[in-house]
Ligand binder design. Structure first.
Ligand code: NIG
Ligand code: FE
Length: 424
């Protein structure tokens, strides 16, 4: 009989558990389905970084022809899940804000610290004082720590430069992280993260500068894919945010928005109006906001690490969003001020404890839906033939252990585009 075996240069054979999403959300206008299938004694294979076969371990050798230099990992006792997609971070930063952390524990408010020149503005001074190399080396360590928790796709925002030179410096660091590290890094421009001291009395002039001068230059440099804005009291109001997101869109930068984090001032309506790919935070989003998001194509991205770190007692209304049929994503928001939790595992624990999401919802939100929040839903975020072989192997009998074993890192190995990039 003629062989119809699939050629593979990498495989994981005999996994105790493998997670498949049988009816994955595939983007705007399609139905969200939260089903998860957990297969046992399964194998999967890839060629040139793309998944080419998934099936029962006992069918592996009948179906797979390995190249002469192929690597085969033993999946015995391990669980395979899609690599995590962290679709919202401010990982490139410098300095320390532990003093502010203690002040907040004592009751001082995050936005008041910012308004008095601390918070984000403190990190801005640190970034401006350091060289590109210094910032790169600091940031590289942080990316490795995230890889070790299973992250294979990582979004990083600028926004601690707040002048063109330093915003570009941050974007170059982000590019270098993507070039030199073995996972995918997605860059976002966030010049509108806070109003810098130089423009404290003239915020509209700062907005104009971003729109007319910085955005065209950032777009031309090709150092950013998305354009984000902090729409909030004491940051940027709706009109200012609209101007920034529209200017970005005209220059080919896709809008994202920090909305309803501390106050609901109209970020949801704006996200829909400008066609943002995601609206992030959403702690204060009302049932009216949720209804508006349905069918809008905006991916609601919830950041339970931040609401916890900010000592909020009210968290984003994940249950109502899921019930409304929204493709809820979760991400870390890892940054020096409002969330120092970078572990993908811990963020999932918090999604379960604070947002009351199930283990299955949490996993899908941290992989497939987060990939959609970065417009990468066709490339990564689920184990499907044709997608990237971005896989995490856990030392656990089931993906359900991720959120439950909160204090442990269960990661045994991380595979990015068919290449093992970390193993214990
Ligand atoms: O998403 N809210 C604005 N930006 C970040 C915090 C950045 C910082 O405090 O350094 C956030 O929470
Ligand atoms: Fe953020």
């Amino acid at each position: 009989m003629m062989s119809t075996r699939v050629l593979a240069d990498f495989a994981i054979h005999g996994l105790a558990s493998l997670v498949l999403f049988p009816n994955p959300y595939s983007g705007r206008g399609t139905k969200v389905c939260w089903d998860i299938e957990e297969k046992h004694d399964f194998s999967l294979a890839s060629r040139n970084g793309k998944i080419c076969w998934v099936g029962p371990a006992d069918k592996f050798s009948d179906n797979i022809k390995l190249t002469s230099d192929a690597e085969v990992m033993n999946g015995n006792g391990l669980s395979g899940i899609p690599g995590f997609v962290d679709s919202h971070t401010h990982l490139v930063y410098a300095g320390d804000r532990s003093g502010e952390f203690e002040l907040r524990v004592q009751g001082k408010k995050y936005l008041d610290i910012l308004a008095s020149g601390g918070g984000i503005l403190k990190t801005v001074s640190c970034i401006r004082s350091l060289s590109e190399d210094e910032i790169f080396f600091e940031s590289r360590e942080r990316v490795w720590r995230m890889i070790e928790t299973g992250v294979t796709t990582l979004e990083i925002k600028s926004g601690y430069g707040l002048d063109l030179e330093n915003e570009m410096k941050m974007l170059r660091v982000i590019k270098r992280l993507g070039d030199e590290l073995p996972i995918r890094v997605v860059p976002t421009f966030m010049g509108a993260h806070a109003v810098p001291v130089e423009y404290k009395e003239r915020p509209d002039a700062f907005v104009k500068l971003i729109c007319e001068n910085w955005i065209p230059k950032v777009a031309e440099s090709k150092l950013a894919r998305f354009n984000d804005v902090f729409t909030e009291n004491k940051a940027f109001n709706v009109d200012q945010s609209r101007a920034i997101l529209e200017a970005g869109r005209k220059n080919g930068l896709i809008p994202k928005i920090h909305a309803d984090e501390v106050n609901a001032i109209g970020g949801i309506d704006l996200a829909i109006e400008v066609g943002a790919i995601s609206a992030d935070h959403l702690l204060k989003t009302t049932s009216d906001g949720i209804s508006k998001l349905v069918g809008s194509g905006v991916v609601p991205t919830l950041l339970p690490g931040t609401s916890t770190f900010l000592l909020e007692t009210h968290h984003a209304p994940a249950r109502a969003m899921i019930d409304a049929g929204l493709p809820v994503a979760i991400a870390s928001d890892f940054n020096p001020g409002s969330c120092q939790f970078s572990s993908a595992n811990l963020i999932q624990t918090l999604a379960m404890l604070q947002l009351k999401m199930s283990a299955a919802e949490t996993l899908m939100a941290a992989t497939l839906h987060a990939a959609h929040a970065l417009m990468l839903g066709n490339e990564t975020g689920s184990i499907e033939i044709g997608k990237n072989m971005d896989i995490v192997l856990l030392e656990a009998s089931s993906y359900k252990q991720i959120g439950y074993r909160a204090g442990e890192n269960l990661v045994h190995a991380v595979i990015s585009k068919g290449i093992p990039v970390f193993s214990i």
